[in-house]
Design a protein around this ligand. Structure first.
Ligand code: RM4
Ligand code: MN
Length: 387
């Protein structure tokens, strides 16, 4: 098989998971902009997500956020997904929108509040059983704002205990995916600020616990591909939350600010043969505040595909030879040659092989779906980030 054929074969099997919240209204703490036609409930969010899959062919799963996506009958929601040719992906818990959690949730000094936060995960695991989801994703928003506000070590001990109770809820085929973030909503010390803390808790819990890497959750300048490599080495990279950042946790379209970074990340994935069958769940965690949402997701999926395709074009043999010879510039050139390749023709070929239109953006634009939801989705309350 040529490199090109190998790339096509792998790209045909790659999957990217979409976040339900990308299809609701969103904004910043200054303003949430409503868009006509935006989904009004989780069923409509799935319909929108199915459009992304329809035109890209590689986005067959949708992550849900609980309680934002609570419905009376999750079996019905799962069959709705199946009818649309997609399925439910990770179930995200929410520990950041309850007054009780002002001083923490799983780390809270008061046992009553910790129990409540743990019980929320029991509800999420029940939803996993009803929807066939296998990933419980936990982003811990807990932290402190001032030195001395609470005992940092005691908070870790309480967290370890809470996580153990959540882990005990899992079925054998389930995973607990633990995310980290270095700042916000607290600004002195987050309780899971970095991959090291997340990994330590995963190691203490067992094999079903894995780390989630959100590309927007690092200090500027952090070498994210190093973290990817390290977590892959120890078999603990459970998933990505892909997005792009210029400043903080901007949640913009993946690859927007720094396509080279996504390439470097995907290069570590491809080098470790972790694109398919490795258990790494490639998810998007984005909001489209000013751009239309379905095309925003389509573009994001394409950006991940382009980075992946380029990673497959790295001449591994030439790279290894240059590295062994200590040829610094030669090794770097091999990598840059792959990055500098225009892979859009390759991806058009892939889509044709998959029976899709070569240009997903044009395909969606010509379908009339955007006009249809604008005229049909009248009345009701539009879904929104945080509601
Ligand atoms: C958080 C975190 C989570 C996501 C929510 C919506 O900042 O990144 O992954 O579920 O936002
Ligand atoms: Mn995230």
């Amino acid at each position: 098989m040529t490199d090109r054929q190998a790339a096509l074969a792998a790209l045909a099997q790659q999957t990217i998971e979409l976040p339900s919240w990308a299809f609701g209204n969103s904004g910043t703490r200054f303003k949430v902009f409503g868009q006509p036609g935006v989904a009004r409930d989780p069923f409509e969010k799935l319909e929108d997500a199915a459009q992304v899959h329809r035109y890209t062919g590689v986005a067959p799963r949708v992550s849900l956020h609980i309680p934002w996506d609570l419905v009376d009958d999750f079996g019905k929601l799962a069959s709705h997904a199946a009818d649309l040719g997609i399925r439910i992906g990770a179930i995200n818990s929410n520990l950041f929108q309850d007054d009780d959690y002002r001083l923490g949730s799983l780390t809270h000094p008061d046992q009553r509040v910790r129990d409540k936060a743990i019980a929320h995960h029991a509800q999420c695991v029940e939803i996993m059983r009803q929807t066939g989801s296998t990933d419980l994703k936990l982003w811990l928003p807990d932290g402190t704002n001032y030195a001395g506000q609470d005992d940092l070590r005691a908070r870790q001990d309480r967290l370890a205990d809470s996580l153990q109770q959540i882990y005990a809820l899992l079925d054998p085929g389930h995973r607990l995916l633990i995310e980290y973030k270095f700042f916000e909503p607290y600004f002195y010390a987050m309780d899971i600020p970095d991959w090291g803390t997340s990994l330590l808790h995963c190691l203490a819990l067992g094999d079903q616990a894995q780390v989630v890497l959100d590309t927007g959750h690092h200090a500027p300048g952090t070498n994210i591909e190093f973290i990817v490599m390290q977590l892959l080495r120890v078999g603990r990279l459970g998933a990505f939350d892909f997005n792009s950042r210029n400043y903080a946790d901007d949640d913009l379209m993946v690859g927007a600010a720094d396509p080279f970074q996504i390439f470097r990340i995907m290069n570590e994935i491809v080098a470790a043969d972790a694109l398919i069958g490795s258990g790494v769940n490639f998810m998007l965690d984005q909001c489209h505040n000013i751009e239309p949402k379905i095309p925003g997701q389509i573009r994001s999926v394409m950006n991940v595909q382009e980075a992946t395709a380029k990673a497959f074009l790295v001449d591994a043999e030439a790279l290894a030879t240059a590295q062994r010879a200590g040829d610094v510039l030669g090794a770097n050139r091999v990598l840059m040659d792959a990055y500098d390749t225009d892979v859009r023709p390759l991806l058009r070929e892939l889509r044709e092989e998959l029976g899709l239109r070569p240009d997903p953006m044009a395909g969606y634009a010509a379908s009339g779906y955007a006009e249809r939801i604008r005229s049909e989705r009248i009345g009701g309350t539009q879904a929104g980030w945080g509601a």
